[in-house]
Design a protein around this ligand. Structure first.
Ligand code: SAH
Length: 339
């Protein structure tokens, strides 16, 4: 039986139509689930008893569980246990402009980036839509506050679980769902090129971030094996098409690995690649983990890299570091649990 939170509003409308009910029932169900947060169907007072019983019969209402929390003053990291006893994690970050959550999209990851903890443990399965929606619902319940933005940057490659991730986005974005504005939702991909083209044609105004992390193909293939399938040229062509189609700015993520990809020559090369494109570069201080040998770049090297990009008229920011005192590197909490 499928969990009710696997259903987008359109899916629910189709369900109600298929059982000869009015499609606006879908709206009412969304209000109960996502606005009133009433999960006991017997309390859905604007739906008659007979239909409530039918709904109870046709859908599952299970929740994933929070099994561990780690926190410092600006960050809270959650480990969730799924119904099949697998684990994923999400991170809450308290910015001055609001609360944002980084959600996982898969159990493990197959992309095999050499610096990433999530990929050390291979992908076991995709997350269902409800397992992503509930990461947010459970965090909101835990802190008794509303989440204002969501990034799909936790464990997993969202474009390797495309359909469920897009469904998740439509639910959290829906005015009767969690009503998180599309400009406040970002999907981050390592560069699954065909999905970038699919994504640009969706009627969603969601932000796109691309994990580039290197300024040339040789280096990128060493760091990210996905580059052997979709290389920099293909990714840049997709980014250009995306910008032309959507008129939206693309975020370029660049993780700063000491003496690996953080030389001035890399910055110059990157500036050349991105020249004239409507992008901004987000330099990410690397989160070191025990199991992988890379070190984070020094503040000096990061500043130097930043300056070179600036001088070459590339928009650039340095990502604020969150949670380096807790297991903040993507996948660290899970890998401790699985070990
Ligand atoms: N698979 C997607 C989304 C998940 S990873 C992607 O590749 O974009 C989110 C971002 O964190 C990616 O840019 C990833 O390369 C980066 N990342 C992974 N491990 C990291 C670490 N230890 N420190 C800093 N960033 C890391």
């Amino acid at each position: 039986m499928q969990n009710i939170m696997d259903y987008s509003k359109v899916d629910l409308e189709n369900y109600f139509l298929s059982i000869n009910e009015k499609k606006f029932k879908a709206q009412q169900v969304f209000e109960w689930l996502y606005q009133k947060k009433e999960y006991d169907v017997d309390n859905w007072s604007n739906i008659k008893k007979e239909l409530r019983n039918k709904i109870l019969n046709d859908f599952a209402f299970d929740f994933i569980k929070i099994v561990k929390k780690e926190e410092d003053n600006l960050t809270k990291k959650y480990l969730f246990e799924l119904q099949d006893k697998e684990y994923v994690e999400a991170v809450l970050m308290m910015h001055d402009y609001g609360l944002s959550v980084c959600v996982s999209s898969q159990v493990g990851c197959n992309m095999g980036c050499s610096f990433c903890e999530s990929g050390r443990l291979k992908k076991l399965r995709n997350l269902k839509t409800y397992e992503m929606v509930e990461q947010i619902l459970l965090i909101e319940k835990d802190i008794q506050k509303r989440i204002s933005s969501v990034v799909v940057m936790g464990i997993g490659e969202p474009f390797d679980n495309y359909e469920n991730v897009i469904k998740f986005v439509t639910i959290i974005n829906d005015a009767k769902g969690l009503a998180i504005g599309s400009r406040h939702i970002t999907i981050s991909t390592c560069g699954i090129v065909p999905k970038i083209y699919e994504f640009m044609n969706l009627p969603l105004q969601v932000n796109l971030a691309i994990s580039l992390h290197a300024s040339n193909n040789e280096l990128r293939s060493k760091l990210m094996s996905v580059n052997k399938v979709y290389d920099l040229n293909q990714i840049l062509a997709a980014i250009k098409a995306y910008i032309a189609q959507t008129n939206r700015r693309v975020t370029i993520e660049y993780v700063m690995l000491n003496l690996v990809n953080d030389n001035e020559s890399n910055a110059l090369e990157l500036a050349k690649l991105l020249k004239g494109l409507n992008v901004y570069v987000n330099l990410i201080p690397y989160n070191e983990t025990d199991n992988i040998g890379y070190q984070k770049s020094s503040k000096n090297r990061i500043m130097r890299f930043y300056d070179v990009l600036k001088k070459n008229k590339i928009n650039v920011t340095i990502r604020k570091e969150f949670g380096s005192n807790i297991s903040a590197a993507c996948g660290q909490l899970r890998s401790k649990e699985v070990k």
